[in-house]
Design a protein around this ligand. Structure first.
Ligand code: ATR
Length: 272
């Protein structure tokens, strides 16, 4: 029988994770089936238990279950603990283990795929929700010169800045309008972007050498990407590379080797 994996989400029909993991498995002709499981919003724990009781070997977790997955796990990696969220699950000796590969996925995409090192750069993050908390630790470990978290609800940005304050980097909180640009890198994690809106942002955040990154992806450039482009950003990218890199890191955690990501990313970008 094939080794079984899955991604849990709600909704999950749009997830590209099965394509990605099947492409990874093909690199070494591994026999693996990776499915999408739409768990009821109030039935995540039961769905996970059923999957692992039925012989499932590992699972990814996406919106809105990453915090619930964190609460369910009996053993957590350091980066999952830091993120307060889990996107990678497996069972070992009857105990549910959790890791979070979102932050490493983002950092690898920025540094390796895009060629945008973070060290000594001024970084602006837009948003202060779960997606930001999930990646802040790995971002700060790259030692940027400064990191500003800007959010509509400033209190949430302050909470995050305080939570990650013990790092070497100055982390500050801000509203979305009182920002002192330009920045070297602007990362968008405002989830409104998914629905095609973007809050108004001040001019001056983007300079001639600023690069801009949206943590989401879609068939078309997101509203944030269009905004950054219109502001004159040197380069603008979506989050598809982050998706592939977090998947590769999950695959490594489960199966002990890290698949090549470049051919998989190229195939996903090719129009079908
Ligand atoms: P996620 O897991 O995507 O981070 P979340 O935890 O619900 O989801 O966080 C959503 C983020 O998008 C928050 O930073 C939110 O700002 P608030 O904290 O002020 O709610 C931001 N956001 C969502 N809709 C927005 C909008 N219309 N304008 C500005 N920010 C918005």
């Amino acid at each position: 029988m094939s080794d079984r994996y899955a991604v849990f989400g709600n909704p999950v029909a749009h997830s590209r994770s099965p394509d990605i993991h099947h492409a990874f498995a093909a690199q070494r002709r591994e026999d693996l089936v990776y499915e999408r499981i739409e768990a009821p919003r109030d039935g995540f724990a039961g769905a996970v238990a059923t999957f692992f009781d039925g012989g499932g070997l590992g699972a990814n977790v996406t919106v809105p279950f990453k915090e619930q997955a964190f609460d369910l796990c009996e053993v957590l990696s350091e980066r999952a603990r830091q993120a307060g969220a889990v996107n990678t699950l497996w069972r070992a000796r009857g105990r549910l283990h959790g890791d979070n590969t979102d932050g490493p996925g983002l950092v690898t995409d920025l540094r390796v795929n895009q060629g945008w090192p973070l060290a000594r750069r001024r970084v602006l993050i837009l948003g202060a929700g779960g997606a930001v908390r999930g990646v802040l630790g790995p971002l700060l470990a790259e030692a940027p010169a400064a990191l500003v978290i800007a959010n509509r609800t400033v209190a949430r940005a302050r909470t995050l800045a305080a939570r990650f304050a013990d790092h070497q980097v100055t982390v500050t909180a801000s509203s979305l309008h009182q920002l002192d640009g330009p920045f070297d890198l602007v990362v968008n994690a405002i989830s409104a972007g998914l629905r095609g809106e973007m809050p108004a942002l001040p001019d001056g955040l983007i300079g001639a050498t600023t690069v801009a990154y949206d943590m989401v992806y879609g068939d078309r450039p997101t509203p944030f990407m269009a905004w950054a482009d219109a502001q004159g950003a040197a380069a603008v990218r979506d989050g598809l590379g982050m998706l592939v890199e977090q998947a590769a890191e999950a695959y490594r955690v489960w199966r002990g080797w890290r698949p090549a990501t470049a051919p998989v990313l190229a195939a996903l970008r090719r129009p079908s």
